[in-house]
Design a protein around this ligand. Structure first.
Ligand SMILES: Cc1cc2nc3c(=O)[nH]c(=O)nc-3n(C[C@H](O)[C@H](O)[C@H](O)COP(=O)(O)OP(=O)(O)OC[C@H]3O[C@@H](n4cnc5c(N)ncnc54)[C@H](O)[C@@H]3O)c2cc1C
Length: 418
């Protein structure tokens, strides 16, 4: 595809936000070029279709708030298959990992915790969510573990206000062909230049110069959709500098969540999507989904400090940890039924530097600071810009549409003024 060197708009990043923004701008007749650092479209939406006969979502997998998620409708329109069966975390946990009365007690304890978060969100001052754990409660470790899956960090790094802002209808569906596949399909035929990491955005002149190692483009407006840790790291230099953006991004860091996939012999012994916790008394534990999506596989979710640590040792470290926990629950023979397939490493990924954003305590309002345009010509989008759907692919998608609409509004008002 021949891409213009002076489009109306340059979009930086071809994840869910960048793809949404580009489609919206093109529908409105604007010329756009997307500069994407990776050799593929989708960013943190990535379906691996090469490793097993089953599509594996290495990033986003669940259409959260699926009954209100705009991407549910988009997936349906594109002919993808939606699986509406309940997720593992909404099913009974395997009794070997937690007996029935334990499960009842845990659900009551976590409900009480969230009720306290809800009440604390109405106070004038923000707090660490960990301050709302019930002193001495036997389930505190597991409630913290759940935070590492949801937020990518332990509760002492989570803002009560931000957590309370998150909108969730608690309906979770999946796309059989993969969530990453959906974003790739949405990105098909868009004017995307791959392997083009942006190094500099110079907005000192009348037009904005966007510089990659392979050359530069000039544009009237730019939409930046890269993850917060990439902005905070200074990997993209703004001229003049935008220190307040870097500061806001640093207050909205990405937590870490990683997945490990295993082939599982004799998976039919389990109900599809059976839930299992490696331990029930600590934050540093894996969440295991047996016979995930009915496949002969085990999918494991690690989050927070544990994921960050295990990533350093790659697949062997994740496998060792998982096998120790699993044999502790299922008995030593279970080890022989598992064959490791792959582990993700989102923190080590230079173009993500983590999995999804959370606001540090006291900084929930920084999402609006991050999302605010500069001089009505540098716009920001991406999951971290969403006040109520942060950390999700649909939050990213909506923020991309919103930024594109803001660009179009500015173009219309500029045309009206001339
Ligand atoms: C393990 C894991 C599980 C998840 N599970 C779910 C889930 O079940 N449901 C859900 O809704 N969400 C989930 N998410 C979160 C979801 O994937 C993200 O919120 C969403 O995909 C983010 O989209 P985005 O467009 O904001 O950012 P990204 O997808 O990160 O897109 C930004 C793009 O910018 C590119 N980029 C970076 N630096 C540069 C540069 N210098 N120049 C040019 N391009 C650059 C990146 O390569 C990337 O393609 C999960 C994420 C992970 C990692």
């Amino acid at each position: 595809m021949n891409l213009p060197s002076d489009p109306d708009v340059v979009v930086v990043g071809a994840g869910a936000a960048g793809v949404a923004a580009t489609r919206r701008l093109m529908e409105a007749g604007r010329s756009v070029v997307v500069l994407e650092a990776r050799g593929r479209v989708g960013g943190r939406a990535f379906t691996d279709i090469a490793t097993t006969p089953y599509p594996l979502d290495l990033g986003c997998e669940w259409l959260h708030s699926a009954d209100r998620n705009p991407l549910s409708e988009v997936a349906y329109r594109l002919g993808l298959t939606i699986d509406r069966s309940p997720p593992p975390w909404d099913r009974p946990t395997l009794r070997a990992s937690m007996n029935k009365s334990g499960q009842r007690e845990f659900y009551k304890a976590i409900d009480r915790f969230y009720a306290r978060v809800d009440a604390a969100a109405r106070a004038p001052l923000d707090r660490k969510a960990s301050e709302l754990l019930e002193p001495g409660c036997r389930w505190n470790g597991l409630i913290d573990a759940v935070s590492t899956y949801i937020n990518g960090v332990e509760l002492d790094r989570v803002s009560v206000f931000d957590g309370d802002n998150y909108e969730d209808t608690e309906t979770d569906w999946r796309i059989v062909e993969g969530y990453g596949t959906l974003i790739v399909r949405l990105g098909a035929k868009l004017p995307i230049r791959l392997n083009a990491p942006v190094e500099r955005i110079d907005h000192s002149g009348k037009r904005i110069e966007v510089v990659t190692s392979g050359g530069s483009l000039s544009a009237g407006a730019v939409i930046v959709t890269v993850p917060t840790d990439v902005i905070a790291s200074g990997a993209i230099r703004f001229i003049p500098d935008l220190p307040r953006k870097r500061e806001a991004a640093a207050h909205l860091p990405l937590g870490v969540a990683d997945k490990v996939f295993f082939a599982l012999d004799g998976a039919d012994e389990f109900e599809p999507d059976t839930n299992l916790y490696g331990a029930t008394d600590r934050a540093a534990t894996g969440n295991y989904y047996l016979r995930i999506s009915g496949r002969p596989m085990l999918e494991t979710f690690f989050g927070g400090g544990l994921a960050r640590e295990l990533e350093k040792g790659g697949l062997p470290a994740f496998t060792d940890f998982a096998l120790t926990e699993l044999t502790g629950v299922m008995g030593s023979a279970f080890r022989t039924r598992l064959r490791p397939i792959l582990a993700t490493a989102w923190a080590a990924d230079a173009y993500a530097l983590g999995s999804y954003s959370h606001a540090l305590p006291g900084h929930a309002d920084e999402r609006a600071v991050l999302a605010a345009p500069i001089d009505d010509r540098i716009f920001f989008a991406g999951e971290a810009c969403s006040r109520r759907q942060f950390s999700t692919a649909h939050g990213a998608y909506r923020s991309g549409n919103k930024a594109a609409n803001a660009v179009l509004k500015r173009v219309r008002s500029a045309a009206g003024a001339s």
